[in-house]
Ligand binder design. Sequence first.
Ligand SMILES: Nc1ncnc2c1ncn2[C@@H]1O[C@H](COP(=O)(O)OP(=O)(O)OP(=O)(O)O)[C@@H](O)[C@H]1O
Length: 714
Amino acid sequence: MAQLALSVRFLDEFGKLDSKARSGAVKTALKFQQLTLKQLWSDAGLDFKQPKGARDKHIYTCRIDRFYRGVVLAPGTGEDFLLLRVMAHDDAYAWASKQVPSVNAVTHGLEIRDVVTVEQLVPAWEAEAATAAAEPLFARHPDGDLRGLGIEDDVLRAARSLTSKKQLDAFAPLMPEDQWQVLQFLAEGLSVQTVWGELVAFRARNGALAVDRTDLSSAMRNTPSRIALVTGPGELSDILDKPFAAWRIFLHPSQRYMAYRPSYSGPAQVTGGPGTGKTVVALHRVKHLLEHLRTGERILLTTYTGALTSALREGLALLIEDEELRGRVDVSTVNALAREIVEPHDTVRRAYLDGAQETALWGEIGDQLDLPWNGQFLAQEYKHVILAQGLRSLDAYCEASRSGRGSRLASARRHEVWQAVEAFQVALDKLSARTHLGVCDEAALRVTASGVQPYRHVVVDEAQDLHPAQWRLLRAVVPKRPDDLFIAGDPHQRIYDSKVSLRSLGVAVTGRSTRLHRNYRSTQEILAWAVSLLDGRPVEQLENGSADTLAGFRSSLRGARPTVCATDDPDAELTELVARIREWADSGVEFSDIAVAARFNKIVYRVAQRLRDEGIPTVRLRQDGSADAEGVRVATMHSLKGLEFRCVAVVGVREGTVPYPGAITPMELDPIQHHTDLTAERCLLFVACTRARDRLHVSWNGPASRFLAEVGAA
Ligand SMILES: Nc1ncnc2c1ncn2[C@@H]1O[C@H](COP(=O)(O)OP(=O)(O)OP(=O)(O)O)[C@@H](O)[C@H]1O
């Protein structure tokens, strides 16, 4: 019986076929499992053929239907077959004839490259490089370094002829993907040590045993990030039923390493820019932990917003079929968890104040007590100093550090603030109300006092926005043991006002932290544009507040450049938006795969109204993320956090709206907070733009946002 394997590229192309061609491909794949080897080779339906002039004897094509053929690698040493691609008839023959498989000397993974085109192009590039003014792209890296990272002779020669990143990008489809990624990372400025540690070492671990470099079958098994071995018909249909969810099967080596490491001696962390698969890693980690969970133990999978918990639940259902097993995971926001712990003890039903209500209440209290500060200052002092450190008394507050606050408060002043804090508690009681962070603080105290820790593992997504009170609750619900906390987050996407150093909360991840670099979501065009908005500004890491950058953050997807559109008035801007949405829909994009984001609800309402007037179905993306109806998703930038869409329009990116002046603490009130608020607004625009997979449209009316103007994007 044959052993079938599927490559990630096959699955991607399979997912894009029409339904008829897809069923042809399923039939073809099933034959590999149903027929004997002899029957396979002679099956008239499969029609195995070696392309004319093929550069390698192991490459064949086989029939999918009248129009498509599969490209198959048959290592020839036994029963293995690898479905490499599915392509239009003539393209399949042309592509297959040029490919040569090999085993990488360092990683022992299987690689395929287009030797014919490379042989044609490289001499021309070399001649060009010899006269070019620009320095060769890899001039700083000796051959030994490159070879040590798995770059082989032909790729090395080609790499030496490159003088620009653009040329390197053009080279991508011709060379082995793993080697190209190494070159890409080096071209982005990452050091040889970093590339080894974050890329090659993971791969080399897969193929750690010595492998005969002619043994393509073993090499297939050493390449789990791109090749899935299929064990039975059930598994085959499971993979082919959900081709869009390749992340279930194919993990980047660094993703796999993080997710499936047997155990961490303490909290572990995965970071990386938007779309690098942090959520994917978190989901796989839950799968791994579930496999080792003892009777009675439970896992908490938690994140920041309700919309994200819906996405996590869906992802978990795709990854773990067994409903009973999934039932051992609670998926909840931290705030919802806190409410569940605290509310059963309430004697009266309490309402929750939103941010604006809370600031207003602080303002009233400040006025009543005739204090010299406004509501914003008091609310921030409470949130960033008192609640952040869990201060319970005036003495504790007087002794506490206020680092991170940009104003000084003498002891007498702290007495005055504390008066306001006490008045705030009284006012909340009177109103039968509480705050979202207040309930987390209370929940942490209750759990600690009860001595019952309900979870064996806690997995946290979007960790960058959690407040210390929320971290205290998470710390309280899980005992300090190996594998207690698994944390996924990106400090570049910090859009709520919670700057936290994990270390200061007793969550140390040193030595158990990995950064992901490859963006799987957006095209490089969208990514580069969005990254430019951050203008190279470093942000503070989650772990200890030191600087974090997006060095080496890249996508291998290609597409159209984002469109930017300046208009004179809001109506004209919406007219442009409607035209853009129609263009996307006409090109086959479903309305539900289009999102429009704006800074405020007011603009969101206006957009939704206009789209409806134009006959475009529209759905307001709700807080809990549920939006089953067909229609363009319209939402605030904040509620798009963690989600993704094929096409995204970000509208109203004008000065006076982005950044929103009301969200920026005045410089004279607190210069540090002023800077933090501005960074959060900049990151918010970055987050909204990085939700787009294929197309991004950014527009404004009147003067462009300073974030666009500063980087020359407007
Ligand atoms: N190994 C993989 N193979 C294929 N697709 C992947 C892989 N890893 C992630 N993806 C896809 O990339 C996209 C982004 O993944 P994910 O949401 O996990 O990223 P993220 O880092 O959590 O993003 P963000 O921080 O922007 O919310 C998703 O569509 C996901 O399915």
